[in-house]
Design a binder for this molecule. Sequence first.
Ligand SMILES: Nc1ncnc2c1ncn2[C@@H]1O[C@H](COP(=O)(O)OP(=O)(O)OP(=O)(O)O)[C@@H](O)[C@H]1O
Ligand SMILES: [Mg+2]
Length: 220
Amino acid sequence: MDIVEIRQLKKYFKDGPKEVKALDGIDLSIEKGKFTAIVGASGSGKTTLLNTIAGLYEPTEGTVIVDGLDLSKMTEEQLTVFRRRKIGFVFQGYNLIPELTIRENILFPLALDDSRPDTRYFSSLVKMLGLENHLDAFPHMLSGGAQQCTAIARALITKPSIVLADEPTGSFDMKTTQNVAGLLKMTAATFHQTLVVITHNLELAQLADRVVRLRDGKIL
Ligand SMILES: Nc1ncnc2c1ncn2[C@@H]1O[C@H](COP(=O)(O)OP(=O)(O)OP(=O)(O)O)[C@@H](O)[C@H]1O
Ligand SMILES: [Mg+2]
């Protein structure tokens, strides 16, 4: 079964008088429960594709169906709930909230939804990501790697059906990359999650079931 079905997707941006064809006719199906890596040069459209699957960008043309839901038919409110409940998103630049502690940052998506944390799951995530001694710290007090781990824990805390991660190992050394890749694969297997990861890291891409290559807004 395909959890993501993308047909003839185009996303154009206006850049002054110019039009940038960030995505230029994408057809892509992603099978449920699989790990897909998206690779391609800078500017090839990777982040635009991920943001469109997450319902953060509205397509210029084409359809995006996620878990049976046609995103173009949803209201802004429905999209917000969809993102909160179905999608775990790890942003390219962490996007942590500076005024909140690490614990509060991780629990933030649950707070938005007024739901209670599964404390055992929280503890195991925090432990696996090596954050147990940092829970009361603020993001700026941590290394880039630990901030990245916080962003990953925050994406996983809601047990989303799809985890979308934009360069999740960008600031990691090789050992941490392997640990985090292992963690993402393990939580994906445990919670039957579909994993879509943008990466420049070949080792991480090699762990994927499938590698999708983008160039100039098209799939190669
Ligand atoms: N909000 C925006 N407004 C205008 N142009 C944009 C916008 N977002 C992306 N673009 C342009 O669309 C193209 C694709 O950008 P995108 O960020 O998807 O690339 P990427 O593959 O993620 O690159 P990187 O590896 O550097 O993160 C680029 O030419 C970029 O400049
Ligand atoms: Mg990008």
